[in-house]
Write a protein that binds this ligand. Structure first.
Ligand code: PXG
Length: 465
């Protein structure tokens, strides 16, 4: 039986609890937009609307939609060996090949891989691994893990604890053993220092203060996204990461780079660790690893931790049924082949530079306080007043309004608070950047008109009152 769009929408409302969604509000708004197919950088909804996907799904469809090669590889692997695990002294060919490929691609020193199925699971894995590492090193009191405000590392209880305060408060989060420092968010700072580099260093030095406050002998690791994605596209000044690295080294604290968003070409380099010259002890990978075609994630483990776990440890009692799933691993390998052979990292750098230049053209808009970005990541900050910088209050309403206009204009752009976020597939062309900027400008204009109308109505209401 073929259900109509309205029937599907109703069924969705009746039975499907959506992630990160106010399900009651979704019902009031008439239910979900149902996406039915996709090709390249475009998605289509059930009503036939064609929409430019400025978010690559959820920051993950790096090679774009509709690549038949991945479907064929998955089909082949399913027919040969649909499943086997890597527990109990077994392995599968794709998982072995993918581990080697990842060791080759990632920065030097990351020579071991542990597979999971999502970024959240990979980060859970790292938290257990680093605490176990310190136990094996005879420093079992090193248990505290430091994350950052606006950080996002996933939604399991542990990954949400590690994430910033916006993820805390519901369902027993945060767990004990996590601490947080501020983000290098210059545009959002109360008193942004004029000099970006000085601001970056100061934001990093908060880590040293926190380590000293907690006691270095109690701190296991620091987790950071090289660029904070879903926290609002927070791009650190170039002084930030070298200082973080110096501080971690000084106190022996393990440095974890969560490259779930920034990995696999997003910033115009294979990994943002290269861009910022970070030498992480561990690295989290997911999303672009398979371009979202199947769920798979990986923990890259550096020699320091791997040597201890392998040579001093016993059985590491940790793993998932689907760790190193052969079909997901085969699809990931094919995805990496396409990224490499089609020079998509270079395309992200090249079209990314064009995107950054194009975004700057929006700075003259009355709603735009700042644009920023790197590679194929972009952000547009919407403000009530440009100078002095004043955010809207309450935050988030104007961003949501702008996002809704974008959708209606045929563009997916995400809103974080009042920051519009862009993260298109790495196959993006200059023509698609132009299309994105045109649609974004239209949405900004429509949002501006809405705000003028609202304030005119406020004035009229005030007169009547
Ligand atoms: N680390 C980072 C840096 C992420 O961005 C995760 C870990 C968790 O990955 P999984 O696979 O467990 O979801 C993420 C995920 C958004 C949005 O709205 C962002 C993510 C997930 C869902 C929504 O921006 N990032």
């Amino acid at each position: 039986m073929n259900l109509s769009a309205a029937q599907l929408r109703q069924s969705d409302l009746d039975h499907h609890l959506h992630p990160f969604t106010d399900n009651a509000a979704l019902a009031v708004e008439g239910g979900a937009r149902i996406i039915t197919r996709a090709e390249g950088a475009y998605i289509w909804d059930i009503d036939g609307n064609k929409i430019l996907d400025g978010m690559a799904g959820l920051w993950c469809v790096n090679i774009g939609y509709g690549r038949k090669e991945l479907a064929e590889v998955a089909s082949q692997q399913m027919q040969t060996l649909p499943y086997y695990n890597s527990f109990f002294k077994t392995a599968t060919v794709p998982s072995i090949q993918l581990a080697e490929r990842l060791v080759d691609l990632t920065p030097a020193g990351l020579n071991h891989v542990f597979f999971a199925n999502s970024g959240s699971e990979a980060n859970d894995t790292i938290a257990r691994m680093v605490r176990y590492y310190w136990e094996l090193e005879g420093q079992a009191q090193r248990q505290i893990i430091i994350g950052r405000q606006y950080g996002y590392h996933g939604s399991t209880t542990l990954a949400a604890s590690l994430s910033g305060g916006h993820m805390h408060g519901q369902g027993g989060v945060p767990l004990a053993g996590f601490s947080h420092i501020r983000a290098p968010y210059r545009f959002g700072a109360d008193n942004p220092e004029h000099d970006a580099e000085a601001f970056g260093r100061a934001a990093a030095q908060v880590l040293e203060e926190k380590i000293l406050e907690l006691g270095p002998e109690r701190v296991a690791a620091f987790f950071g996204e090289p660029v904070q994605g879903s926290g609002g596209m927070i791009i650190p000044p170039s002084s930030y990461w070298p200082e973080i690295q110096r501080i971690c080294k000084k106190y022996g604290v393990l440095l974890v780079a969560d490259e779930v968003i920034t990995g696999f070409g997003r910033t115009g380099r294979w990994f943002a660790a290269e861009l910022y010259d970070i030498q992480p002890d561990l690295m989290t990978l997911a999303k672009g690893l398979s371009s979202g075609y199947l769920p798979i994630s990986a923990v890259m483990v550096g020699d320091r931790v791997a040597e201890t776990i392998i040579h001093k440890g016993e059985e590491f009692v940790h793993g998932f049924t689907y760790s190193g799933h052969p079909v997901a691993a085969a699809v990931a390998l094919e995805n990496l082949r396409i990224i490499e052979e089609e020079h998509l990292v270079e395309n992200a750098a090249d079209v990314g530079a064009y995107l950054q230049a194009s975004l700057h053209q929006l700075e003259d808009h009355p709603l735009v306080g700042e644009v920023r970005g790197v590679g194929l990541l972009g952000a547009i900050e919407l403000v009530q007043n440009k100078a002095p910088r004043q955010f809207f209050s309450p935050m988030g309403e104007v961003g949501t309004r702008c996002r809704n206009h974008c959708f209606a204009n045929g563009l997916v752009m995400r809103a974080v608070r009042d920051t519009m976020i862009i993260s298109p597939p790495l196959i993006f062309t200059r023509a698609q950047v132009d299309e994105l900027i045109d649609k974004a400008r239209l949405a900004l204009d429509q949002t501006w008109v809405d705000l003028q109308k609202a304030s005119a109505e406020d004035i009229n209401h005030a007169r009547i009152a």
